[in-house]
Design a protein around this ligand. Structure first.
Ligand code: NDP
Ligand code: GDR
Length: 348
């Protein structure tokens, strides 16, 4: 039986990947952070909590990463843990560098010392392209990071290649464009929208405040993308691959479609606020996944319209169940209104 270690198993991708690998017959270990309030709701939501082995680890603590390797003795490591919110990286640029950037070096060094034959997946990102002028971005497109997050990810991307080329380790980057789902964090724009649209449709909220409505993203469905992560590590040699849908839509398009799912006109409910904007934003991302299609046989199954429906309907169903007093694993009831928690530095 193969063994896999997932760093960041409590996140969106970690939970779906755990489910996918368990279904493939893997023994699955996952790292989590010790927090004052446990954060395992996604593992319960995808029904894997009691099927995985959890190991406490923190990316700024090398010893904890070594311990996680010793406990799990993995054939494959999926490095997903990161400070993954671009907006927060402007407020915590140094911390994001430590966790999202140098954390990759800590993990790769721990793997090199423990067992350099372990295969490693690095969660790289379309944010690396920044405001590159290309219409569609692929593995050959020049990087031009536009946030502390993407600068940290650029370091992780190159460290992965350096360990591959320098030490002949099986380390690969998946350059993944945005992928979303009903278990996406509420700070990301898609889930922020679907959660608010659901509440508005049920009379629980009056308006939705957003930032840059013109930004375009290539949004796919997270379960499709975790399948691709596994394919990358089964490829006959370590290589980097883009996963995307090949379609770009604006935040405004997402808003319009989500409100349409509940038969409401978005113009009546949406406002914009400077506090929800970033000091520097990425305007247009659209991925060309031809290499993954040709070499791995990967392609996205869920496209934009269906994604918006899946997410909006899931949130409507949750708020409806909540109104009936049902209790189930979920994040939204404890989520603060973002405008109360945005840092002073971002105020207009
Ligand atoms: P999430 O934010 O949902 O999950 C991030 C995970 O990292 C959580 O388990 C979190 O733990 C953990 N983590 C955060 N900081 C630390 C730390 N200091 N030490 C240990 N663990 C930590 O991200 P996603 O699942 O969406 O993304 C997975 C990876 O893929 C990330 O690296 C992200 O940057 C990257 N990526 C994501 C894309 C997307 O569209 N989703 C696209 C491209 C790349 P906790 O639950 O305790 O917060
Ligand atoms: P992104 O995702 O930065 O692409 O990073 P996010 O959903 O945060 O932003 C997408 C775009 O929407 C604009 N936007 C807003 N964003 C948020 N969060 N809140 C708002 O109110 C709002 N209004 C407009 C943003 O400015 C941006 O242009 C995600 C993360 O998962 C990264 O970890 C990952 O690497 C990339 O996707 C690919």
């Amino acid at each position: 039986m193969k063994s896999a270690l997932i760093t960041g198993i409590t996140g969106q991708d970690g939970a779906y990947l755990a489910k996918f690998l368990l279904d493939k017959g893997y023994k699955v270990f996952g790292t989590y952070r010790r927090l004052s309030t446990p954060n395992f709701w996604r593992l319960f939501a995808v029904d894997v909590y009691d099927k995985v082995t959890l190991i406490p680890a923190e990316l700024i603590d090398s010893a904890s990463l070594t311990e996680a390797l010793k406990v799990s003795e993995p054939d494959e490591v999926y490095h997903l843990a990161a400070q993954s919110f671009v907006g927060a990286s402007f407020e915590q640029p140094v911390g994001t560098g430590q966790v999202t950037g140098i954390g990759v070096a800590r993990l790769l060094e721990a793997i090199r010392s423990f067992d350099p034959k372990i295969k490693t997946y690095q969660a790289s990102t379309s944010e690396l392209y920044g405001n590159n002028k290309k219409e569609a971005q692929n593995e050959e497109t020049t990087f031009s990071p536009a946030s502390p997050y993407s600068a940290a990810k650029l370091y992780g991307y190159w460290m992965t290649r350096i360990y591959r080329e320098g030490y002949k380790m099986f380390c690969s980057n998946g350059i993944l464009f945005n992928h979303e789902s009903p278990i996406r964090g509420l700070e990301f724009v898609t889930r922020k929208i679907t959660n608010a649209v659901s509440r508005i449709s049920l009379g629980l909220q009056k308006k939705l405040v957003l930032g840059n409505l013109d930004a375009k993203r290539d949004w796919g469905y997270a379960p499709d993308y975790v399948e691709g992560m596994h394919m990358i590590l089964q490829h006959h040699e370590p290589e980097d691959f883009v996963f995307a849908t090949g379609e770009a839509h604006s935040v405004r398009d997402f808003v319009e479609k989500a409100f349409a799912v509940v038969d409401l006109d978005w113009h009546k409910y949406v406002e914009t606020d400077q506090r929800c904007k970033r000091p520097l934003d990425v305007n247009h991302l659209c991925g060309d996944y031809s290499k993954a299609k040709e070499h791995l046989g990967w392609k996205p199954k869920v496209k934009f319209d269906e994604l918006v429906k899946i997410m909006t309907k899931a949130d409507v169903e949750r708020w409806t169940r909540w109104q009936k007093g049902e209790v189930f694993p979920w994040d939204a009831p404890n989520h603060l209104d973002e405008l109360h928690i945005l840092s002073r530095a971002l105020k207009a």
